[in-house]
Ligand binder design. Structure first.
Ligand code: KIV
Ligand code: ZN
Length: 499
């Protein structure tokens, strides 16, 4: 079986998903999950893009041992130096530098000629090579690049030392036949291609990212760039879980292996959804809530008789637990810990203690606690932050034909503030009262609420996006009381702004 290298770009292209902003601790948590899942290369970020991203990449480089830590850099010395400064601590490191090669990008964006692009790309790969052994080069918009020029650029960067040449379908324009042929042609027309690995990076603008990546594999690509839950710029990147499971389920066709522990896929998907704030659509392949649900009677009957009638892979193979046993008020620590292990979590003692406390609080309010509830509780505590602002007391009232009112008592920096406010609704009154109490003035960019499970005692999950002086954060809160969940989400976001 041929090995396909999985290059995960959740923390770089995935972080370019509109509205996603991960702090360094959140990035590290995701990177640890990716490493444990067996990802070969983790693209940890684009260090020159912000100090936060630089710190995130550095933290990952210091903590990740088994996967290669990769940082992105445009083809210039400052970007490459910054990338190196961030990844230099990693035992396995790579610099990924890119420069656009299509006519439209060179003419309008770069305002550079072919000769200039060729020279810059080659020089910058040589420069990166003085810092690290492992250098990847991407001709941005590769799929729309004039063929002869593309071959020439690839040949030159390989001569300059590129170990991986990545062919991006930057705007998701290509189709499986066309993209597969492009990879085949590269293999046949770039004389020194055997000295580098061919990688592909497909975007999903036409919904073809996974199909294009698989076509590339069939034609000789050895590395696939992808992101968990298909996150990424615009319509996203090829979804890691779809590529990996397609290769595993159709080994008869692809004859390839990845090093991914597929049983961890669901857990990683759920953490990424939680920390990025981008929920997974229910009908999403592999990790959607309905991916293994059989609704029609005919299907249910078939599955009961033999799962293979309607299941091409088992839910267990991607880490979906089909155990419907619920925990409740009378379940003890042992049962809770057993379930945590069954769900694939590997928690520290503190996380376990904290999780059990939250579980007990929830059990006082909710009769039956499902796996989804436990997942929500645990995900909530996966990255802890200092509470700079603490709510001591809050009171909200709402009634017909009169404004909602809220009062809060908040502690921070040894100050105790009590404020009240009216609002169009209870959440708006509450948020106004908090805004009056604190020493910063963030902008509320977005608010959303969603039930985690069904039933009148379901947990509600609130997500709040705040921005302050260009910094954007996502706060989350869960509770059976939606006002309390709204308060928790807002405070979580405020404390992230302060961290
Ligand atoms: O889509 C793209 O072309 C990229 C490159 C930086 C590889 O993300
Ligand atoms: Zn991309």
């Amino acid at each position: 079986m041929k090995k396909i290298y999985i290059f995960d770009t959740t923390l770089r292209d995935g972080e370019q998903t509109p509205g996603v902003a991960l702090n360094p601790q959140e990035k590290l948590e995701i990177a640890k999950q990716l490493e444990a899942m067996g990802v070969d290369v983790i693209e940890a970020g684009f260090p020159i893009s912000s100090n936060g991203d630089f710190e995130g990449v550095k933290l990952i480089a210091k903590n990740i041992k088994n996967s290669t830590v990769n940082a992105l850099a445009r083809a210039n010395k400052s970007d490459i130096d910054r990338a190196y400064e961030a990844i230099k601590y990693a035992p396995k490191k790579r610099i990924h530098t890119f420069l656009a090669t299509s006519d439209v990008h060179m003419k309008y964006k770069l305002k550079m000629s072919e000769e200039e692009v060729l020279k810059r790309a080659t020089e910058m790969v040589s420069y990166a090579k003085t810092l690290v052994d492992d250098v990847e080069f991407s001709p941005e918009d590769g799929s729309r690049t004039r063929r002869e020029f593309l071959y020439k650029v690839l040949e030159n960067v390989i001569d300059a030392g590129a170990t991986v040449v990545n062919i991006p379908d930057t705007v998701g324009y290509s189709t499986p036949n066309e993209f597969g042929k492009l990879i085949k042609d590269i293999k046949e027309n770039v004389p020194n291609i055997s000295k580098a690995k061919i990688s592909v990076h497909c975007h999903n603008d036409l919904g073809l990212a996974v199909a294009n990546s698989l076509a590339a594999i069939e034609n000789g690509a050895e590395q696939v760039e992808c992101a968990v839950n298909g996150l990424g710029e615009r319509a996203g990147n090829a979804a890691l879980e779809e590529i990996v499971m397609a290769l595993r389920t159709r080994k008869d066709i692809y004859k390839c292996d990845t090093g991914i522990s597929t049983e961890r896929i669901y857990r990683v998907s759920s953490i990424v959804a939680h920390l990025s704030g981008i929920s997974v659509q229910p009908n999403k392949a592999i990790v959607g809530a309905n991916a293994f649900a059989h609704e029609s009677g005919i299907h249910q009957d078939g599955v009961l008789k033999n799962r293979e009638t309607y299941e091409i892979m088992t839910p267990e193979s991607v880490g979906f637990k089909t155990n419907n046993m619920v925990l409740g008020k009378h379940s003890g620590r042992h049962a809770f810990e057993d379930r945590i292990i069954e769900l694939g979590y590997n928690l520290t003692k503190e996380q376990l203690n904290e999780g059990f406390k939250k579980f007990k609080d929830l059990a006082d309010r909710k009769k039956e606690i499902s796996d989804k509830d436990i997942e929500a509780i645990i995900n909530q505590g996966v990255v802890s932050i200092e509470d700079y602002y603490k709510v001591e007391v809050f009171n909200v009232s709402t009634a017909k034909n009169i404004s909602a009112t809220a009062t809060v008592k908040i502690l921070y920096n040894d100050i105790e503030k009590v404020e009240a406010a009216c609002g169009d609704g209870p959440v708006s009154a509450l948020y106004k009262a908090i805004e009056r109490s604190i020493d910063i003035s963030p902008v509320l960019e977005d608010y959303s609420i969603q039930a985690i499970t069904s039933g009148s005692d379901a947990l509600g999950e609130v997500k709040v996006k705040l921005s302050l002086d260009g910094k954007k954060v996502l706060g989350m809160g869960i509770s059976t009381d939606v006002i309390e969940a709204s308060l928790m989400a807002y405070m979580n976001a405020l404390n992230k702004l302060r961290n």
